[in-house]
Design a protein around this ligand. Structure first.
Ligand code: FES
Length: 198
């Protein structure tokens, strides 16, 4: 009997707070796992935002450059004004940055342009045939332009005269800056009667 009493005395007395002590004490600070999860979610959100921005910003630049057919002006040097003979078109290779989608390759030959001066006026025509894109050059002893691929013929003013070309040669705006003729270089869809910039 005394031994049983001794055993009971060794047992710790049940405490009314024992159950409560086994539960986590309420705290104002979030658990460490919740804090880590929150930080991870913030990192994922920031990474997603950066990824979306990486896609949107080049696309925005591409659209701002006029990819949808409304490209901005692109003035490139063609030839010195004093190198032109009045009334005799010169064929000039235009150089500039090559744009392919969102990539840009600097200092590439973009294509030939015919530049003609008459008095104080300077005109430029794209030498890319509006039929299928072959290079148009002077023909008929310099009195016309001709395309060697399917024999389209154009007047010196670029008007279509014969052959399968669906429109005349494409006129490009010009200006003179510091003695240089500059052209607003553009390309238009081939094989179409209407002008659609590409
Ligand atoms: S590409 Fe010039 S006529 Fe066909």
């Amino acid at each position: 009997m005394a031994e049983n009493e001794a055993e009971r005395a060794d047992d710790p007395a049940p405490s009314p707070d024992a159950d409560a002590a086994s539960e986590p004490a309420p705290s104002a600070a979030p658990p460490a796992t919740a804090t880590r999860r929150g930080a991870l979610e913030m990192l994922v959100a920031a990474g997603s935002a950066a990824y979306v921005a990486a896609l949107i910003v080049p696309a925005g630049r591409f659209l701002a450059s006029g990819a949808a057919g409304t490209r901005g002006e692109r003035w490139l040097r063609a030839i010195r004004l004093d190198a032109l003979d009045d009334g005799t078109p010169a064929r000039v290779q235009i150089k500039g940055d090559q744009r392919d989608g969102i990539t840009v390759t600097p200092a590439r030959t973009l294509g030939p342009v015919g530049v003609n001066k008459k008095g104080s006026e300077v005109a430029a025509l794209s030498s890319e045939c509006p039929h299928l894109g072959c290079a148009v050059d002077l023909a008929a002893g310099g009195k016309a332009f001709g395309c060697p691929c399917h024999t389209s013929r154009f007047g010196l003013d670029g008007k279509a005269e014969s052959g399968p070309a669906p429109r005349g040669m494409d006129a490009l705006a010009t200006r003179v800056v510091d003695g240089w003729v500059e052209v607003d270089f553009r390309r238009y869809r081939q094989g179409a009667a209407e002008l659609v910039e590409v």
